[in-house]
Design a protein around this ligand. Structure first.
Ligand code: ADP
Ligand code: MG
Length: 321
């Protein structure tokens, strides 16, 4: 029944699952009687997640990726902007029913799984919170553990008895046990070895294809995002530099930052290695384009903030595209 609802949503592709509109978030970094200082972690961030789509949110450490995830999950409130889930405004007020439709996976399953609980209790807990009857709970837990590529023998074990990759599979099982519409995966592969990363990435792809679950996949690695995502949002210092369909952003990047990110990826073959372009030292300039302190093409005009330009089906934040 619930699966049908998911598939129905997927097929209705005109339907926007999640709309993130003009988010701005400032953290208070100094708070004294005389003075309050803020750090702008996000500025005017907007993007849409379509049903059955994987949106890749890519940016280096500190660019504001987790802040976006936390705002969507209502763990923190934005200063400005709105979040809509299926056209309903959920900014700062997720009801229990809405909360069921969105879940989150964190980077490190060692800290996100309760070490004193058995795997079956960890996966079952959300079902108890939502008053599923006991017999049904057992059945769902046994099914979902297989959906993530483990078997029933894992259910009686504790997290410390599992490998990193297996623990992340358990975290994913817990995140999908209520059959959500959207999972925010915040760097779910960053703590894993390369071979395990690929397994988890492929599992996420499978869950999208087979269950129609949408994902916001957060990563600092454009290589991984380029493999997995349908749509890519490139973030730098809390500002979107470029966003668009994966095919466009990865094959013909337009923003200088996206180009630099792609050039720094290892080539498929050493023969294809390009001349290394040094990324300029970050000089942290307060005004104008957020990227100009590191941009190889920066000019005087960049002291003013650019507008977003729509080019070839994507939006780019740069004066010179
Ligand atoms: N509670 C907080 N108070 C002050 N600054 C914060 C807080 N949380 C995050 N920041 C700052 O906001 C910026 C973005 O953080 P975050 O969203 O965690 O980035 P990312 O996930 O991309 O690494 C960082 O510079 C971080 O130091
Ligand atoms: Mg983060």
């Amino acid at each position: 029944m619930k699966l049908k609802w998911n598939l129905k949503t997927v097929m209705d592709s005109s339907r926007q699952l999640l709309k993130v509109e003009n988010l701005t978030k400032k953290y208070v970094i100094k708070n004294t009687f005389f003075k309050r200082e803020y750090f702008t972690a996000l500025e005017d961030v907007s993007f849409d997640v379509k049903s059955g789509q994987i949106l890749g949110l890519v940016g280096e450490s500190g660019s504001g990726k987790s802040t976006i995830g936390k705002i969507i999950l209502n763990l923190i409130k934005p200063d400005e902007g709105k979040i809509y889930l299926l056209d309903k405004d959920i900014t700062g007020k997720l009801t229990k029913e809405d909360r069921k439709k969105i879940s989150i996976i964190f980077q490190d399953p060692r800290t996100s799984l309760n070490p004193r609980y058995k795997i079956k209790d960890i996966v079952e807990e959300p079902l108890i919170v939502y008053n599923y009857p006991k017999t049904q709970r057992k059945e769902i837990v046994e099914k979902v553990i297989k959906d993530v590529g483990l078997d029933e023998t894992f259910l009686d074990r504790y997290p410390h008895e599992l490998s990193g990759g297996q623990r992340q599979r358990v975290a994913i099982a817990r995140a999908i046990v209520l059959n959500p519409l959207l999972v925010v995966a915040d760097e779910p592969t960053s703590a894993l070895d390369v071979t395990l990363q690929l397994q988890i990435v492929n599992l996420i792809k499978k869950l999208k294809d087979e269950k129609g679950i949408s994902f916001i996949f957060i990563s600092h690695d454009l290589n991984v995002v380029g493999y997995l995502a349908d749509y890519i949002v490139v973030l730098y210092k809390g500002k979107i530099m470029e966003k668009g369909l994966k095919e466009n952003v990865v094959k013909t990047p337009l923003h200088p930052y996206t180009k630099l990110l792609l050039q720094s990826l290892p080539p498929d073959h050493p023969k294809n290695r390009k001349t290394f372009i040094a990324i300029k030292e970050d000089t942290d300039l307060k005004e104008g384009c957020e990227f100009r302190g590191r941009c190889p093409n920066a000019q005087d005009l960049c002291k003013q903030k650019p507008d977003y330009k729509t080019i070839d089906g994507r939006e780019v934040y740069c004066h010179f595209v």
